[in-house]
Design a protein. Structure first.
Length: 129
């Protein structure tokens, strides 16, 4: 399987867990030593507990994400960088309408000895106007 297909599959798993609002499935995709700079938080998050804390709030907006443009770069035999732009459709603050937020993302994935891929770094930020 090509690295691009692995990246698309890993992103699809992550996006599916977000869409399904399955916090524990989301958290299971982050490595124990993961670093996370989330889109809608000014806090630096660490590990699965940091991801859990962030997604408990983020998922309240019923987000659905999709990649708009991306690239995959091999970092080594068992790791890669996946970066680009994604759109998240979500509820507005009042919960009366759906809005689309475009953001930049960087995901660094590493294959664990078990063969599972885990996110070791996630950075996302809203696109500037």
């Amino acid at each position: 399987m090509s690295l691009e297909n692995i990246a698309k599959g890993n992103f699809a798993s992550w996006a599916s867990a977000v869409r399904d609002k399955d916090i524990e499935r989301i958290v299971s995709l982050y490595a124990q030593d993961a670093t996370f700079l989330p889109t809608l938080s000014a806090e630096f998050k660490l590990g699965p507990s940091g991801a859990r804390e962030y997604f408990r709030i983020f998922l309240k907006n019923n987000p659905v994400g999709k990649i708009i443009d991306d690239a995959v770069q091999e970092l080594g035999e068992n790791s890669y960088l996946h970066s680009g732009f994604y759109d998240f459709e979500m509820d507005n603050e009042a919960g009366t309408a759906r809005i689309v937020a475009r953001a930049r993302f960087t995901l660094v994935w590493k294959r664990e000895p078990t063969g599972d891929w885990k996110i070791i770094h996630h950075h996302s930020s809203l696109m500037p106007d």
